[in-house]
Write a protein that binds this ligand. Sequence first.
Ligand code: GDP
Ligand code: MG
Length: 587
Amino acid sequence: MAKVRIHELAKELKMNSKDLVVRLRQMGYTVKNHMSTIEEKDIIAIRKRLRPDGRKDKKGKNAAPQQPAEDAEAKEKDFRKRAQQRKEELRQKKEQNKRKIMAKVDTPFRSRTKRKRKDYQRTVLEDTEPKKIIIEDKITVQELANYLHVNGSEVIKKLIDLGVMASLNQVIDSETATLVASEFGVDVEVQDEIVELEAALDDEPDRPENMRSRPPVITVMGHVDHGKTSLLDYIRHTDVTATEAGGITQHIGAYQIEVKGKKITFLDTPGHEAFTTMRARGAQATDIAVLVVAADDGVMPQTVEAINHAKAAGVPIVVAINKMDKPGANPDIVKQQLTEYGLVAEEWGGTTICVPVSAKKGTGIDQLLEMLLLVAEMEELKANPKSLARGIVIEAELDKGRGPVATVLIQKGTLQIGDQILVGTSSGKVRAMHDFKGRRIDQALPGVPVEILGLSQVPAAGDFLYAVYEEKLARQIAEKRYEKKRQIENVIPEKVTLEELFKQIKEGKVKELNLVVKADVRGSVEALIQALEKMGDQEVRINIIHSGVGAITETDVMLASASNALVIGFNVRPDVNAKKAAEIPKS
Ligand code: GDP
Ligand code: MG
């Protein structure tokens, strides 16, 4: 079929070729530039439409029958409409293809029915050969194979080449998936829906005029038995209001005192375990660390650990040289030892504040508190109380009567009753708030520890709290996070019979020891996990497949039995069903 270039047609129509390109595009033709060609059949239509009204062909013979202007306009409209439709069709098709690739399976395969599974595979396989796939952060081997349009075993082979042993329904991370895909010549784009949703949580920068000073948050750290608990207890009772008649001091993992009209917040959680756990989760709750060193014992391993944690976090350290009442107390030896770790006492020309105290007798505590205020002042701790509330979970537990209860340190903004909140994998509405004395409060300002009721689940220590405008956003993010967590937890490792477990560990055959960890409060769970994970070495990797707050339940036992795990309980008992389940001999 004959074709005509646009610039030729433009000449014929006595138009500028640029204008013609524009006109043609408006009419729904795909034209690049004036060098593009047009099919003859189209030219007739174009000629008809673009020839100026009333103008006839020079010879008056070949002139197109002149159409009423309205008619021409209607036709053009119609044409444009069809062009628009075609465009929309193409767009939808493209989107559908994209969606097919993105159609990530929400639940692991084994929980789907066979039929559904087949359907799913068919959708993917019908697709054209992919050069680029879009996956979410975590993906099972089978899903990846589906995306790549290859057999699952081929993916497993590639994984083995990469040194990764995985079965079909095992979850691999996006990095590994990317490597495998590249072996098949396919690019991977990691699309994390959660990350996209979470972007909505980003705050506007705070205006300087809204910044107000807030109380410093203090963590007490140090070696076991050097007097952390005693010091915290003593300080708690220095505040008259804390012990006033009728004021029930209850344990919520944090408390506040007032010194010279200024507030100080103390985190009352298991020492640096909590500190480290929170840091590991990217949360920093502490402004100043009080390092407790017993004057009769000096710097010990956990003292050094505490120093390192505080330094790594960039948190200023104030040293409390404790047990000064003891006969063998020697603060100079402590100061001497501390210099080895870069902490030089002020009186020795350094910058580290050292205060001799006795948590038992109460001596030196006032001075310690004053020093804390001084350091806090130097740190210029400020927060914007006018924004949506932001905070960190200090500890959380499941209360039989009240449901999930979380102690949260508010870091920014003001949390109010009725606020929609998102905390880790949990969401909800603040139903009630209590301060550390158990008194009901309506709002909590920055620096204030507060107990919250109204969450859908028990969050984890170190989880961030976000107050949000939309309930839906909080719920969506919480659900997505939960789904993701479940998916990771659902990985079934290779089977190892329980009887042979220890024998195999000894023989070095077992590379992984699976554990289910349950404890009475979140803080303990976190501490336990930390301790257990540390116990793992190069020979045996400790793998915590599940952890939680509360009694050991039947599901815990089921999960453990399904993955050859041991159940470890701390301050909790198995419930009746769990006991029964555990007694059933393995078939
Ligand atoms: P933590 O493990 O660091 O929390 O230490 P604790 O606060 O539990 O104290 C350990 C032991 O040291 C307890 O028996 C306390 O009574 C004792 N203790 C704590 N502070 C002092 C102190 O200032 N003087 C004396 N004599 N004993 C103390
Ligand atoms: Mg203690």
